[in-house]
Design a protein. Structure first.
Length: 360
């Protein structure tokens, strides 16, 4: 059965002036033909997978793309060729347009004419049945008041300016999750083979030591039930007292202990989101990466430079382009009032600046 990776859908944006990689699954030894903008390329299915590479094309659209194996044909429409950027990181990048300063006003007047489109990589921590079911419902969307509410605000404002300055459609791939360490966004060998950052794996292994997969699943599902009840009660407390702090709520309701037990189904585990998010959209042809993250690694500030530069190297390697631009937002000067000032954020900022100065 012919299948095209889920990131390919109606309304997608493809990268201009670079080879365009298209991939999917199929029946063994079938020939898959991909046609776009009058250009066709063929490739063979091998071990159930196929990858086709279309030649570089100039900005333009709208186009149609067909993918056929001689028995089944998939057709995608309203395609634009322009610029594509990958939006990675934690809550800084995740912050939705509807919650950003001035975001609601922007949404009121938003139309497809702004030439920004968005694909949101689904947020699931494990490759279970629900994962594939949900992934089948993901698709690119054009800008509108309703479509764009949950888009990355950082990504949107970047893309809107770029679209206006360059006169092309800009596509964003949202691939981020609040509260995540950079260790969640790399593969196991990256952590395991580097003594400076191996502690992320070692600490994880210690946490799951002696626990079966079934026990880990039950442990995390029990936490999720507790979390849902806690969140509901916290919402009720906030209605009564909008100034209610997280610390005070934990005293009243019991420690939430977020993000729960770090085990094989917790999305915050090391390497987890590389597996369930990054690898699902790689190697979709892109112009570069936008990355806004760092707070969740402030407990290991002295190794953050190594972790960040390892992530950059890995992502470029997986996309097959060691010169892909990687744009980092340096962390601001900020501290939660209730937290001791360990001076760790300044070390993270220093690591980000060092990466900027030393990595091409």
């Amino acid at each position: 059965m012919l299948k095209v990776a889920n990131i390919f859908s109606n309304d997608m944006v493809l990268q201009r002036d670079k080879n365009i990689t298209v991939w999917g699954l199929g029946d063994e030894e079938r020939t898959v033909t991909v046609t776009l903008n009058g250009v066709s390329v063929q490739t063979q299915v091998c071990d159930g997978r196929w990858t086709a590479v279309l030649p570089p094309m100039s900005a333009g659209g709208e186009y149609e793309m067909t993918v056929s194996d001689g028995c089944t044909e998939k057709k995608f429409c309203r395609i634009m060729i322009g610029e594509v950027w990958f939006c990675g990181g934690q809550s800084n990048m995740e912050l939705e347009l509807q919650n950003a300063k001035g975001g609601k006003e922007v949404l009121e007047n938003l139309t497809p004419d702004c030439n920004v489109r968005f694909y949101y990589t689904q947020k699931r921590g494990t490759l279970d049945e629900m994962f594939y079911e949900d992934e089948n419902n993901t698709a690119w969307s054009q800008a509108s008041k309703d479509n764009s509410r949950a888009w990355s605000a950082v990504g949107f404002f970047f893309a809107r300016k770029l679209a206006k300055d360059l006169g092309v459609t800009v596509g964003l791939i949202g691939c981020n999750w609040g509260g995540t360490s950079a260790s969640a966004w790399v593969d196991r060998p990256t952590l395991e083979n580097n003594a400076e950052i191996r502690s992320y794996i070692d600490e994880y292994e210690k946490r799951i030591e002696g626990k079966t997969v079934e026990e880990q699943i039950k442990e995390y599902r029990d936490y999720q039930k507790f979390e849902r009840v806690w969140d509901k009660k916290y919402g009720e407390l906030l209605q009564k007292d909008p100034t209610m702090s997280w610390e005070k709520a934990n005293e009243i309701l019991g420690d939430k202990n977020w993000p729960g037990p770090i085990n094989c189904v917790n999305p915050f585990r090391p390497t987890g989101l590389f597996e369930t998010m990054v690898s699902r959209v790689c190697p979709y042809t892109i112009k570069g990466f936008l990355y806004y993250q760092g707070e969740s690694d402030d407990h290991k500030p002295d190794s953050y430079y190594t972790l960040l530069t390892s992530l950059i190297r890995l992502w470029r390697e997986k996309w097959g382009d060691d010169e892909l631009p990687f744009i980092i937002v340096q962390l601001p000067m900020f501290k939660y009032a209730a937290d001791p000032d360990y001076k760790h954020w300044c070390k993270i900022r220093e690591a980000q600046m060092r990466a900027y100065k030393t990595v091409k």
